[in-house]
Write a protein that binds this ligand. Structure first.
Ligand SMILES: *[C@@H]1O[C@H](CO)[C@@H](O)[C@H](O)[C@H]1NC(C)=O
Length: 266
């Protein structure tokens, strides 16, 4: 009997593990996208924490990217509040509240994100350590009201909504399911890249333009490699010299596909 209980317990634990590993299916694809259609040739996704300094630093470049490519690419943002930025979940829920109350007005959603980045220090752990959560949410609501995004009362109602809280959690779970572990994380066409706040608009262009022009021949300009090797700029600020027979794989580097010769490519 004891054995039976033990085995059932083990199965219960395994079963519970399966249940909790499932991410709820959101009522529509996660995130808020602008520019071209969601199946554009280039889709840039940003997973961000509104209180992360690196996200703040990369935000202006992302906005430039949107302005530069307009409808040629799709740019999508996802909230991913990190647990060690104590007020980040609240600031993230704020974005979902704005989206809800404005019927997903993307301009207001992006302006809210911009404003939270601008006022980021106000919501830092240090600046809020003697405030209660109620005071922090009230302060965020005042900022939203003052910026003209939403009345304070409407914002507070959204912050108290279980549905919108749940929506914010689902976004977080979704990001986890994509393997996101930090912010900002940028995916291009669903693939993780080394893009960071250090990337300039030109860096982004050096990745996006070849994809957009993928029907044409695009060759790298840099010529630092020995004459018998091909320069492979596979990511901004990342170059390798490919040996004969190796291929330059964007986002990866020089790779040999000739398995017959082992690691020797030629
Ligand atoms: C806003 O939230 C309410 C309550 O959860 C929901 O019924 C409504 O569909 C949401 N609207 C949008 C545009 O998401």
């Amino acid at each position: 009997m004891m054995q039976f209980i033990k085995i059932s317990l083990i199965f219960t634990v395994i079963y519970a593990g399966f249940i909790s590993a499932q991410v709820p299916i959101p009522s529509r694809p996660d995130g808020y996208g602008v520019g071209g259609p969601a199946d554009a040739h280039v889709v840039v996704e940003m997973f961000f924490d509104p209180l992360c300094p690196g996200c703040k630093a990369s935000w202006p470049t992302l906005l430039q990217l949107i302005q530069t490519y307009t409808t040629r690419i799709h740019v999508r943002i996802h909230t991913f509040p990190l647990p060690y930025h104590t007020n980040s979940f609240v600031a993230s829920q704020g974005l979902h509240v704005i989206a809800n109350a404005t019927n997903r007005n993307l301009d207001t959603i992006f302006r809210y994100a911009t404003r939270v980045f601008e006022t980021q220090e106000m919501w830092s752990n240090d600046a809020t350590k003697s405030m209660t959560m109620t005071q922090i949410i009230d302060s965020l609501a005042s900022m939203v009201d003052k910026a003209g995004f939403l009345s304070k009362a409407r914002f507070l109602a959204g912050m108290a909504s279980d549905d919108i809280n749940e929506e914010t959690r689902i976004s977080w779970k979704y990001a986890c399911s994509r393997g996101i572990v930090g912010t900002p994380t940028f995916l291009i066409n669903g693939v993780a890249t080394s893009a960071s706040s250090a990337w300039s608009l030109d860096d982004w262009k050096s990745v996006i333009d070849p994809i957009l022009a993928s029907n044409e021949d695009v060759s790298s300009q840099i010529k630092d490699c020995p004459p018998n090797q091909k320069t492979c700029q596979y990511a901004p600020h990342k170059t390798q010299c490919c040996l004969a027979g190796e291929n330059c794989i964007p986002n990866v580097g020089c790779r040999c596909f000739n398995l017959k010769n082992g690691n020797k490519c030629a």
